[in-house]
Ligand binder design. Sequence first.
Ligand code: COA
Length: 323
Amino acid sequence: MPLRSILAGCGGYLPERVVTNDELSRTIDTSDEWIRERTGIRQRHFAAKHETAAFMGTAAARVALADAGATAADVDAIILATSTPDQAFPATALRVQAELGVSRGFGFDLSAACAGFIYGLSVADGMIRAGQVRGVLVIGSEVYSRILNWQDRGTCVLFGDGAGAVFLRASSGEDDDRRGVLSTHIHAQGTLGDILYVDGAVGQPDKPGHLVMNGREVFRHAVTRLAEAVEEALAANGLKHGDIDWLVPHQANSRIIQAMGKKLGLPPERVVMTVDRHANTSAASVPLALAEARGDGRIVPGDLVLLEALGGGLTWGSALVRL
Ligand code: COA
């Protein structure tokens, strides 16, 4: 039997502090009504000083390992997707490795903005299929509150902080032959880098960097690219729209999420929605939504789950997983 990646456990972490739209509207020229109508967002979590990408990623990873019945000794690799790392180096993944007490293997950070978790899943799945590793933590962890431009009401109301993680385990067992990561597809178009970006970094003098977005352009590309990604995943597996049990999409905007659910012919209760409470947590949004729907018993073992995301780059992709 060829090797495949079983999604053995998932977990999430959200900062304690909840910030409602009304709270934002006390200091920013916006309103609860505007934010909810355009995006579906009601509130978001903002990190305290100690809640860095490594801190939150470690917390989410611990829950994912416990959910999988695994320990630090089972972890061969840690792939951490983030645009808001603790430091330029060492990689945030290695801060997590140290905190978890993992004493072997390797880890690295991955930069693909909001599609980072799907990219991470794709890389981890490839390594497992190649027999290079047997246990991989894939983490998305973000503190976007540190890179928002508070003078730009068109972007600062859209994002939140948090982390999500999954633990992938190699399997060649016949019992598992229907389970696991069935496919991943990842894409990028660098020529669209100027519609969503951070205008600085540690490598640029005097420019720590803030998020800049052309919302309308991103919206337009999101609808077409994500629809293509969904069709690509189904075609690669010889599946039809009706075969999917759950859509766990990137949580940026409820209108985009609803459009994708409709396209797949899924009733709203089969589309996992957290954007109302989490806002857009970038690379953390998909694993956080997955952890929530697994944790509350909506998604159960055997379910066929389609994950998709799009972010700055432009980057986008999908993963089809049988839990
Ligand atoms: N509160 C109140 N008014 C606001 C506002 C806010 N927070 N932000 C913008 N506005 C105003 C604008 O100033 C503009 O006013 P004007 O018509 O007087 O100039 C008006 O609302 C419309 O702004 P616009 O930016 O054109 O709104 P929109 O309908 O495109 O909605 C988004 C904005 C961001 C909600 C929408 O474009 C979107 O969701 N895009 C996709 C974003 C996304 O998914 N990003 C993440 C990808 S990873």
